[in-house]
Design a protein around this ligand. Structure first.
Ligand code: AHR
Length: 492
């Protein structure tokens, strides 16, 4: 029996809804087919954006959506993506499969998508191959209210009112696909570009600098030292790769218990990364004014056999559900520094929430975790303390449980728990202390195999069920989790 205790924290930290953010790149079938089908498509759509995906995204409460990349962002020239579609220039998507990009999905289409799903836009600007002037004009085009060359052009393209744009990234992975820069050079470029990203007409831009890859602590050190005072956010990218080998990352399905274990172990490394990057940020920014934005995270496997290797299309199983649940619990625990996170990616790419095949669509186990966990958005973090049992595999050990808890504005309590073990259930008893409530409900996600997943033939193999396994008696909440499961309990 695992004994937990729950209490309010003195510091009253808030779990920003933006920890539930998403990422959409011009990569494979994410934008084209996954989101955008065009106004003339036989697939039902609103202004070119497919209705089934819109409905699913509305249900899961997407707070913020990042676009147009990723690596694509540093080759993207926004002026190619506005105006009449027939006249938009074409380009090669050099990063992702070398396919032709017709620029039919551009600034207006992206911002319309955000409006339709109620998400804040987060746009990544081009530092790698774009100019300062181009970046300045993009922000002017989107946000200037009144008469200006860019605002007039926007109006001529059918949008009278400026958009509100808060989140703007100054480049992406500039240590790699965004220009192979060294940190001091990028820090100077960041300062240079950021100077011309203006606050027009009352719109205040939250400027995000390109942060480190994984455990590149030197990058964070240099960026915070040289440019920390010019930024509001600093990013961090970390992907879970089961084998740790970029050339053979492991399969999305058909894996064994050993790969299940290594995947979850590698996911838990997110905790160490956040702690260590935060410690560096604390030295330069003790008041935590600069947010750490984990704006790319998720699983990265070998692509599905027979698919374009540049399209990063992979299936999504119960293992991905666990990866999502663990990462979200980690982000909650660090919500004073981690103010946004964006899973990669929203549709048809990497750890997708949604997969499509022509007119068909399915929701993945990862989608269901986001749906179950959305009750935490904007809540106050609660302290949940327990002695975590050990999950042993061969010579290696990790904690068996991942958990977090929060209280919403009505005083309801939400507890999310993941059982990482592939073969051992867990019994838990939580002392609610002063936080006693009278009713308990819950939802559970588990599968009949470690790689249980949804297919277009059987789209509901893995979906949340009502959780009946919790009892509330004399201030104690008792519940049990099957192996390889995710549970979210609500106390009212
Ligand atoms: O998400 C896929 C790619 O991963 C992104 O384009 C890039 O930023 C990262 O390397």
């Amino acid at each position: 029996m695992v004994h937990l205790s729950l209490r309010q924290e003195e510091s009253q930290r808030t779990i920003s809804r933006n920890l539930y953010g998403h990422f959409s790149e011009h990569l494979g079938r994410c934008i084209y087919e996954g989101l955008w089908v065009g106004e003339d498509s036989p697939i039902p759509n609103t202004d070119g954006i497919r209705n089934d995906v819109l409905e699913a995204l509305r249900k899961v409460s997407v707070p913020v959506l990042r676009w147009p990349g990723g690596c694509f962002a540093d080759e993207y020239h926004w002026k190619d993506g506005i105006g009449p579609k027939e006249g938009r220039p074409r380009m090669i998507n050099n990063n992702w499969g070398g396919v032709e990009e017709n620029n039919h999905f551009g600034t207006h289409e992206f911002l319309r998508l955000c409006e339709l799903i109620g998400a804040e836009p987060y746009i990544s600007g081009n530092v790698g191959s774009g100019t300062v002037h181009e970046m300045q004009q993009w922000v002017e085009y989107m946000t200037f209210d009144g008469t200006s060359p860019m605002a007039d052009w926007r109006k001529a393209n059918g949008r009278e009112e400026p958009w509100k744009l808060k989140y703007f990234g100054i480049g992406n992975e500039n240590w790699g696909c965004g220009g192979n820069m060294r940190p001091a050079y990028y820090a100077d470029l960041y300062r240079h570009y950021a100077t011309y990203v203006r606050n027009y007409s009352g719109n205040e831009v939250y400027k995000i600098a390109c942060g480190a890859s994984e455990h590149d602590y030197h990058w964070t050190e240099v960026l915070m030292r040289e440019a920390g005072r010019f930024m509001q956010g600093l990013s961090l990218h970390y992907y879970t790769i089961p084998t740790g080998n970029w050339h053979d990352k492991g399969r999305a399905t058909g894996f064994d218990a050993s790969e299940w274990f290594s995947t979850l172990k590698k996911t838990l490394f997110m905790e160490e990364l956040i702690v260590k990057h935060s410690a560096i940020m604390d030295q330069y920014d003790p008041d935590k004014k600069v947010g750490l934005l984990v704006d790319e995270w998720g699983t990265w496997y070998n692509v599905e056999p027979g698919t374009n290797p540049g399209f990063l299309y992979q299936q999504n199983t119960m293992r991905d559900a666990l990866v999502a649940g663990i990462n979200l619990n980690i982000f909650h625990q660090h919500c004073d520094r981690v103010t946004m996170a964006n899973i990669a990616q929203i549709v048809n790419v990497l750890q997708a929430l949604i997969l499509t095949e022509g007119e068909q669509m399915l929701l993945t186990p990862t989608y269901h975790v986001f749906d179950m966990y959305k009750v935490h958005q904007d809540n106050t973090l609660l302290a949940l303390e327990f002695d975590n049992p050990t999950y042993t595999f061969g010579e290696e050990e990790i904690p068996q449980l991942s958990a977090s808890a929060s209280m919403d504005s009505q005083g309801n309590i939400h507890i999310s728990v993941c059982n990482l073990s592939h073969d051992t259930s867990a019994e838990l008893q939580c002392n609610l202390g002063d936080l006693v409530r009278t009713q308990v409900t819950g939802r559970m996600l588990c599968g009949d195999a470690l790689d249980a997943h949804n297919t277009f033939a059987e789209p509901h193999q893995v979906q949340p069920v009502r959780y009946e396994g919790a009892r509330l008696e004399q201030g104690l909440l008792s519940f049990a989790l099957p192996a390889a499961s995710v549970v979210v309990i609500t106390l009212t």
